[in-house]
Design a protein around this ligand. Structure first.
Ligand SMILES: [Zn+2]
Length: 57
């Protein structure tokens, strides 16, 4: 079951894959901003789904 990380603001899929990636690495990859809605990801929780469980980081 892959890890799915979405922008909690607009639902844009920031990361989807079988490797567990720390959210801070995802923030770094996108320079801290959602490419779609430009929300600051370090000020809004990321929606993270792992093995069907949803939690906010
Ligand atoms: Zn967004």
């Amino acid at each position: 079951m892959p890890q799915i990380v979405k922008c909690a603001n607009c639902g844009y899929v920031l990361y989807k894959g079988n490797d567990l990636v720390p959210p801070k690495d995802i923030l770094k990859k996108f320079n801290g901003r959602c490419p779609r809605c430009k929300a600051l990801l370090n000020q809004n929780p990321l929606s993270v789904e792992v093995k069907g469980q949803k939690r906010f980081w």
